[in-house]
Design a binder for this molecule. Structure first.
Ligand code: A2P
Length: 281
């Protein structure tokens, strides 16, 4: 698997295996283990909120892959924001995973102005300070954020010591987030794309289907190639063996400029299209 180099020099495999809604049971373990052993994924993305960190840890151990050959991400949930809480939440995540360090730890969602009118900036900064401390102590190889728009990042970048290495946001052909992506690129922050298939909805889009037929690839592979061509890192989720295999088989073809332009012109083709200022969790 090819790798991107983060702004702190750490390398990260260019496709990650997403685990949102992957069950925290034997079937979840089996899917993740299959992804590692049969399809060659070496980058697994989970979160405390997914409640499947135990299964992620079990699957990695069961796969036989050495710990340092797999890139593991988890995320701090919204109820654990604030300096002191971060340390406890992080320890819990390590316990769940049965690991002694993380490759990447993200703030899952920013504190927002509508919920915390006077303190949202301070909450985000205090949370970040704790992440920085864990990073400097060598317990996390890279730290970042998720679902941050430029106006959430701006105040953090004004004060932070360590610039986030990653911003993980929803990106797919139906929700391209062009401004947020451009902003992160300019700041040296790698964008990870969650739901790169628009939760599967984008796969029924006639433009994407036509390009897939022409290139003898699947609509999912077209979406993933499009995300990679933008210099982003797709986190693709599946519990279905054939799809798990298919979703990393995206390095032997290219989209033409016309294909890319046609996908760039799409607007509404599914996904959750969540805006962090409009969520209520
Ligand atoms: P499943 O897990 O049942 O295989 P996203 O990553 O955009 O959120 O999309 C995830 C959804 O897309 C899941 O429902 C997953 O189903 C489905 N999916 C993942 N890969 C493929 C694929 N190659 N073809 C069709 N559907 C897919």
């Amino acid at each position: 698997m090819q790798k991107y180099r983060l702004n702190n020099g750490v390398e990260i495999p260019v496709i990650g295996f997403g685990t949102w809604e992957t069950p925290n049971d034997a079937s979840g373990v089996e899917a993740i283990k299959y992804a590692i052993t049969q399809a060659g994924y070496t980058h697994i993305d989970t979160a405390a909120a997914y409640r499947n960190e135990e299964s992620v840890g079990k699957a990695i151990r069961a796969s036989g892959i050495p710990r340092d050959k797999v890139f593991v991400t988890s995320k701090l949930w919204n109820t654990k924001r604030g300096y002191d809480n971060v340390f406890r939440a992080f320890e819990r995540t390590l316990q769940n995973l049965q690991m002694d360090y993380l490759d990447l730890y993200l703030i899952h969602w920013p504190a927002i102005q509508t919920q915390f009118p006077d303190s949202w900036k301070k909450i985000n900064y205090d949370t970040w300070r704790a992440m920085e401390q864990l990073y400097k102590a060598g317990k996390i190889r890279a730290i970042g954020v998720s679902n941050f728009m430029p106006h959430h990042l701006e105040p953090l970048l004004d004060r932070c010591d360590v610039v986030p290495a990653i911003n993980q946001i929803e990106v797919h052909p139906g929700y391209q987030q062009v401004e947020a992506v451009a902003y992160c690129k300019q700041k040296g922050i790698l964008v990870e794309a969650w739901s790169p298939l628009g939760r599967g909805d984008a796969l029924a889009n006639p433009t994407i289907k036509a390009i897939a037929e022409k290139l003898k690839k699947t609509p999912a592979q077209i979406c993933l190639r499009w995300v990679l061509d933008k210099g982003l890192l797709p986190l693709v989720k599946s519990v279905t063996p054939a799809r798990i295999l298919q979703n990393v088989d995206v390095f032997d073809f290219q989209l033409t400029a016309e294909d890319t332009a046609a996908i760039d012109a799409l607007t509404d083709c599914g996904g959750m299209c969540l805006h962090p200022d409009k969520v209520d969790f």
